[in-house]
Design a protein around this ligand. Sequence first.
Ligand code: HEM
Ligand code: HEM
Length: 223
Amino acid sequence: MVQQVLQKVKVWDGFIRSFHWLLVVAIATLYFSAEEGMMELHFIAGYFTLALLLTRLVWGVIGSQTAKLSALLYSPIAAIKSFKLGDTKPGHGAAGSYMVIAFFILVLTQLISGLMTTDDILTDGPLVQYASSNVVEWAGWVHHNNFDLLFYAIILHVAAIIVYRIKGKKLVKAMITGRADNAQLSDDSNVVKSPLLAFIIFVILLVVLMATWGAEPLSYLFS
Ligand code: HEM
Ligand code: HEM
């Protein structure tokens, strides 16, 4: 009897996994802090998310094979085919890659607009002082409406993960452990790099952002 042995393959490095789950916690914090009017916490979580996303984009150039931004570029036809036939390469599939690109654009738009948004009472994003009142008004509109798009994207994302699970693909487990069952991988696929450099870049960006824009909200939060 021929038994097919599924290889356990490391597909997500430690930074990608940390990035993902920290992003989930950060966006939940950003939503609830805005709802509760806790603007200092909102700003701190915003700078944290900015450092996280910028590091992810840098890691998309210098990081693991499955982290590469270039690996996200599929034709729309490949995306449609992947629904029927499934994906064989380690990393994001064709359809999932469109979702990932959408997330990067939506989160970046939310961050940049936030920097120029004011609550018209006490708290101004750090770039408000450099922008005209028209731009600030427009940024506030973007910050409000883009969040709705981000919210729908998250619902769609989680729904897609559930559909894949029903079809037998354990994507969440892979995003937690880094390892996926993949029978179709060639031996030379050493796809994952050490995440150390990514964490160093993240900490540097975080310290710079906190020291410049974060000092005031941080001192308020801890006073
Ligand atoms: C705030 C909510 C969320 C956001 C913004 C988000 C965003 C993202 C992003 C940007 C990626 C790509 C990771 C990368 O290459 O850097 C991703 C992948 C993934 N996310 Fe989420 N996510 C969210 C919530 C969730 C939740 C709740 C789950 C679990 C049910 C989940 C499961 C996954 C999985 C399994 C992948 C890998 C998909 C694949 O194998 O291609 N996400 N997510
Ligand atoms: C991914 C990151 C972010 C998310 C998900 C997010 C989310 C939100 C949400 C949901 C609101 C309530 C919007 C409304 O109901 O009109 C809000 C308000 C606000 N956000 Fe953010 N935000 C982010 C980043 C930032 C950043 C980086 C800043 C500035 C440093 C910022 C500054 C503000 C301000 C000043 C308000 C109040 C607007 C008002 O009262 O009309 N946000 N944010």
